[in-house]
Design a protein around this ligand. Structure first.
Ligand SMILES: Cc1cc2nc3c(=O)[nH]c(=O)nc-3n(C[C@H](O)[C@H](O)[C@H](O)COP(=O)(O)OP(=O)(O)OC[C@H]3O[C@@H](n4cnc5c(N)ncnc54)[C@H](O)[C@@H]3O)c2cc1C
Length: 437
């Protein structure tokens, strides 16, 4: 780092799983001691744990777990800037931010630039529609808290319209999810849980499970094709038990209002269609000048997590294409990767600021867990001592929930994370099991 009297400016763009974790860690390690000035940028004012978006969307989890970035930055003594990242002026070392407006189109934050000495890009991923016609216009997606809130509102309104007769003579509701990866599978199971809760809370027309068709369409020959076949088979069995229609080997050709057409010409009617068929890097990554992109349009990084083209710019989490030498492929876009990279990046940046040699990131795969509605989960745990074991049921669900707790512990600290888990547990006992407003 250049030896000047001013502490280096470290700018992290994206306050998600990786970015918020890193900002919290760096503010403790460097910011508090005045060894660096930490700035976190996001286009939203709050952070939500993305792997829970399907629960928020189904209404089975309240939005009370959102973390305010204004409050979090104040408490942890780093700067938070509201803004949409649009580019980088590498010569002048400036991050360019577009204006952010409120829903009435009044500016909340103007277009501006922020200086950096070290820049970390952690802007996550977006759904990939693979150019399928009609997806953008007719499907809901689950990339952001705003989309989860919109899906929850649409779902509630749909069930209400069905109950009141406002939907016309429809005899059943048809919900379609395209993509049987972790997001699609978890959402399908959560929607079945939500349908059961609607039935218990005044939407009597859906008391019979047959009144709500939940359909999961997958182009690959099996659900969760990225995971081992044993897990895939167990999950498929659970989905059948939940009366979810799983259609594998079925490629979607087009989405129209109220219907989904498959490549073999079959047309399926659908009251609500959710696209969850994979992710890619946000478009802005491909628009950055002079950077090499790789799989899923992600920014290619070296083992140090520096971009190929600039020693001062790092990328991590879903937007980074990092080689996984053990498998000779790229690391998958998963929370486990984002979290480990944030932990690594804390040490990396501390070393860079101190002028010490940089290290190489090494990923430890601890397995995969997929939640199947309220109490169940299926997956594998991996470790040196235990090898690979497949788990399911209550134990798997606890292990799945512990990932979220560990994230909250990193960003809120152990006391606040434990207290909020206890309070959350207590409030779940007294509030409705489904968000009904
Ligand atoms: C429904 C669902 C279930 C999932 N379940 C699992 C699971 O069980 N296990 C697992 O490992 N992974 C799971 N994932 C994937 C996991 O959530 C992601 O891999 C992880 O969140 C990636 O972290 P990240 O920090 O890279 O990005 P994110 O957590 O997505 O954060 C990106 C941040 O960048 C901000 N941002 C984006 N663009 C801009 C911009 N232009 N300007 C400013 N800010 C911007 C966003 O607002 C966001 O705050 C799931 C994902 C979904 C959607």
């Amino acid at each position: 780092m250049p030896q000047t009297s001013k502490p280096p400016q470290i700018v992290i763009v994206g306050a998600g799983t990786a970015g918020l974790n890193l900002a919290t860690r760096l503010s403790r390690r460097l910011g508090h001691a005045g060894k660096a000035e930490i700035t976190l940028v996001d286009e939203n004012l709050s952070h939500m744990w993305k792997p829970s978006l399907h629960e928020f969307a189904a209404g089975t989890k309240g939005f009370d777990e959102e973390i305010s970035l204004l409050e979090h930055s104040h408490r942890n003594e780093y700067n938070f800037r509201l803004g949409r990242f649009t580019g980088i002026d590498r010569e002048k070392r400036l991050v360019q931010l577009q204006a952010v407006n409120d829903p009435a189109n009044r500016p909340l934050a103007p277009k501006r630039s922020l200086p950096y000495d070290i820049l970390v890009l952690a802007i996550g991923s977006r759904s990939n529609d693979f150019g399928t016609p009609g997806v953008a216009e007719n499907c809901m997606m689950l990339d952001t808290p705003a989309q989860a809130k919109r899906l929850q509102a649409e779902l509630l309104n749909l069930f209400l319209r069905f109950q009141t007769g406002a939907l016309g003579a429809a005899e059943k509701l048809e919900l379609t999810i395209i993509g049987a990866g972790a997001t699609g599978v978890e959402l399908a199971a959560e929607l079945r849980e939500a349908a059961g809760q609607f039935a218990r809370n005044g939407i009597h027309k859906v008391r019979n499970a047959d009144a709500v068709t939940i359909r999961l369409i997958e182009a690959a020959p099996r659900v969760l094709s990225a995971l081992p076949e044993t897990i895939s088979a167990k999950v498929a069995r659970h989905l059948r038990e939940l009366h979810i229609d799983v259609m594998t080997g079925a490629k979607v050709a087009r989405i129209d209002p109220g219907s989904v057409t498959l490549s073999d010409g079959t047309t399926l009617s659908s009251n609500l269609t959710v696209w969850a068929a994979g992710v890619r890097a946000p478009e802005v990554i491909g628009q950055l000048d002079g950077f090499e992109t790789g799989s899923l349009g992600r920014l290619k990084v070296r083992p140090s997590l520096q971009t190929l083209d600039d020693d001062h710019i790092y990328a991590l989490g879903d937007c980074a294409d990092c080689l996984w030498p053990a498998k000779q492929t790229s690391l998958p876009p998963r929370a486990q990767v984002a979290t480990q990279q944030a932990e690594f990046m804390e040490r990396q940046i501390v070393a860079q600021v101190a002028g010490k040699p940089l290290r190489e990131f090494s990923y430890a795969d601890h397995g995969s867990l997929v939640a199947i509605s309220n109490e169940g989960a299926v997956g594998s745990l991996m470790g040196k001592a235990i090898g690979t074991i497949t788990i399911e049921g209550w134990l798997a669900r606890r292990a799945y929930r512990s990932l979220h707790f560990l994230h909250r512990k990193s960003v809120l600290g152990p006391w606040r994370a434990t207290l909020s888990a206890l309070l959350g547990g207590a409030s779940r006992r007294i509030r409705p099991k489904l968000k009904l407003h």
